[in-house]
Design a protein around this ligand. Structure first.
Ligand code: ATP
Length: 123
């Protein structure tokens, strides 16, 4: 929680610290994020190997960041759902399925982008 007495700059720096902590927790503890992060690292190596263009770098970087961000939001939704209702409930199941569906939709688009960039270079 930010202290109102702190200056604007100190509060902003604290927010960045909390955000870093959240990103670190996601990458080190969440299996789905670990997998997506590893794919992101692999794609970055592939990007250098195949010397992809500036536009391809921009699209690839956005796709990697968006997948991680959406996965992170999905994890936050799962945590909220488990916190407010730890027991089995069809509504909690629906909420989690919807959040997972949102990740899936973007993952399909990102996979298509990956194929468009690398298929012509590899084959
Ligand atoms: N409390 C619950 N009530 C009803 N259904 C649930 C509940 N918890 C989980 N489910 C069902 O099980 C699925 C998987 O839930 P879970 O919380 O294990 O997510 P996950 O995708 O396995 O998590 P992770 O991303 O951490 O691997 C949900 O999408 C939902 O269909």
């Amino acid at each position: 929680m930010n202290n109102q007495k702190d200056s604007f700059l100190v509060n902003r720096l604290k927010s960045i610290k909390y955000a870093f902590k959240g990103a670190y927790l996601l990458v080190t503890t969440e299996n789905s994020i670990k997998v997506q992060f590893s794919i992101g690292v692999l794609l970055t190596i592939l990007g250098f190997y195949y010397d992809i263009s500036a536009t391809e770098w921009m699209i690839q970087t956005l796709c990697i960041a968006l997948i991680l961000a959406i996965e992170g939001m999905n994890t936050a939704i799962e945590e909220i759902a488990d916190f407010i209702h730890p027991e089995f409930h069809p509504k909690i199941g629906l909420i989690k399925d919807l959040a997972a569906g949102a990740v899936f939709l973007f993952a399909v688009a990102a996979a298509i982008v990956g194929c468009i960039i690398y298929y012509p270079k590899i084959f």
